[in-house]
Design a protein around this ligand. Structure first.
Ligand code: SF4
Length: 470
């Protein structure tokens, strides 16, 4: 493996901001947190895929995949991240290397591809992604990017995270490292305010950021940069001038939050915008942090006033569904921050959470689940599809909320299922999002299709068949 890549991996494996990581011994740290796969289990994305997930939501740059075309296809658009303007991130660029490039090397082809993109699209920057094949044949993308950057006078950013270095989550962090190494701090913002913040680990899935921004704007809080949902290159390049940061998904980008605190003194806290109480808590924490950093002191009472109005409005809107959903049981199969933040959102909607998966959760996530659900919280470490099916078909849960991969377990049990992961089509953040979530749960649970699919087929019904014969 390239020495620079392995040094970066070891750097990411030592994360002072992660309690779990700090409890490990030196030898254990070197192995990272990836678990050995069980035979037959789906492997998930590769590190390159993780880097693309972390960076592709930067909407105005060209994302060029240096490798065979399937790598670009494999990682394409898998976060449903929305843009409020620029659309270049929706164009797939790849060097599409073939056999001759494998024999003679793909660096010239890469250089030509960068030139073609700059001439045709003139983006503020080009991000170049390394993949397994081009890493194995020894293409030095860092050198090519440096040369192209000098030649064309544009930032050309190497993202040297070939798939074989590890799993998707490691790739998220290594991709974010490219921003720290080559982007953050390279430009200055046109203006700064005492209420400038960075959102870290937010991917604007289905436009969730737009459910939060109006609240922040009402308080005079400006999102200087988002890492990386609906982000622009120049915002990230000047994000070192933010006064505070909120970390929304610690699993994917804790290294960014921690290093920006070390390098530029930007304090951060981890919060969530799922559910009424977590949204209010995050707004409160943000206001306090900004005031401590020099924002006007009236930000705190103004935040309380906004929370009062928004909470009352959200509760009034949710009341319409309470009778239809109260006491219904939900099984939650997701991971990380959503394993606790969606629990509280569901409880606020009147649902009983009969279990939440913690396979991809950190010890801090588990602690928060205990705080929300009590000591008897049913935390599921690794539920097999057979057990999920039994739980649903025996009606110990009325609905399963999970990612697309497990949907067929619920559908086979003829039970309602709702997509809660990144492939979903609805935004669930903030006071607006909880109403959408409850509306979707109601539409799913109370859909008449379930009664129809559970009815016996005519050929299985003896009375119906007897009538046929007359
Ligand atoms: S594992 Fe390697 S070859 Fe496969 S998609 Fe990832 S980068 Fe491409």
């Amino acid at each position: 493996m390239d020495a620079r890549v392995s040094a970066r991996i070891q750097n990411v494996f030592d994360e002072p901001g992660c309690e779990h990581n700090q409890q490990k011994g030196e030898r254990e740290k070197k192995k990272g947190c990836a678990r050995q796969l069980s035979p037959g289990a789906a492997a998930g994305g590769c590190a390159f895929d993780g880097a693309m997930i972390a960076l592709q939501p930067i909407v105005d740059v060209a994302h060029l995949v240096h490798g065979p075309i399937p790598c670009a296809g494999h990682s394409w658009d898998n976060r449903n991240s929305a843009s409020s303007g620029a659309k270049l991130y929706r164009t797939g660029f790849t060097t599409d290397i073939g056999e001759l490039d494998v024999i003679y090397g793909g660096e010239k082809r890469l250089f030509r591809a960068i030139r073609e993109i700059i001439e045709k699209y003139d983006p503020p920057a080009v991000f170049v992604y390394q993949t397994c094949v081009t890493a194995l044949i020894g293409d030095d993308i860092e050198a090519v990017c440096e040369r192209a950057s000098e030649r064309f006078g544009k930032p050309v950013i190497p993202v040297n995270v070939p798939g074989f270095v590890g799993p998707k989550n490691l790739g998220n962090k290594l991709g974010a490292e490219a921003l720290l190494d080559y982007v953050v701090g390279r430009e200055e913002p046109e203006l700064t305010t005492p209420c400038d913040i960075n959102l870290i680990g937010d991917y604007n899935v289905c436009g969730e950021q737009w459910q939060i921004k109006p609240l922040l704007e009402a308080l005079g809080i400006r999102v200087l940069a988002s890492f990386s949902g609906d982000a622009r290159y120049r915002d990230i390049a000047s994000s070192h001038r933010a006064r505070a940061a909120m970390l929304l998904c610690s699993k994917s980008m804790i290294n960014v939050a921690r290093k920006m605190e070390e390098r530029w003194g930007i304090p951060f806290f981890e919060g969530s915008f799922y559910g009424i109480s977590d949204t209010s808590k995050s707004l409160r924490d943000l206001a306090r942090l900004l005031v401590a950093r020099g924002a006007p002191a009236d930000l705190v009472p103004r935040t309380e006033a906004l929370i009062g109005v928004e909470e009352a409005r959200a509760h009034a809107r949710l009341a319409a569904w309470r009778g239809r959903l109260s006491g219904r049981k939900a099984l939650l199969i997701t991971g990380g921050v959503k394993s606790w933040s969606v629990v509280s959102a569901l409880q606020e909607a009147g649902l009983e959470v009969v279990g939440t998966s913690v396979k991809k959760s950190t010890p801090e996530d588990k602690e928060r689940i205990r705080e929300i659900m009590g000591e008897d919280a049913h935390m599921i470490e690794n539920m097999k599809p057979r057990e999920m099916h039994a739980m649903l078909s025996e009606a110990r849960a009325d609905i399963m909320l999970s990612g697309g991969r497990t949907q067929f377990v619920a559908l086979k049990a003829k039970m309602p299922w709702l997509d809660i992961n990144q492939e979903r089509h609805y935004a669930y953040a903030g006071y607006e999002g909880i109403v959408s979530l409850v509306r979707e749960i109601d539409k799913t649970i109370n859909n008449p299709v379930w009664a129809a699919v559970r009815m016996a087929a005519p050929w299985d019904d003896p009375e119906e068949m007897a009538g046929e014969g007359e």
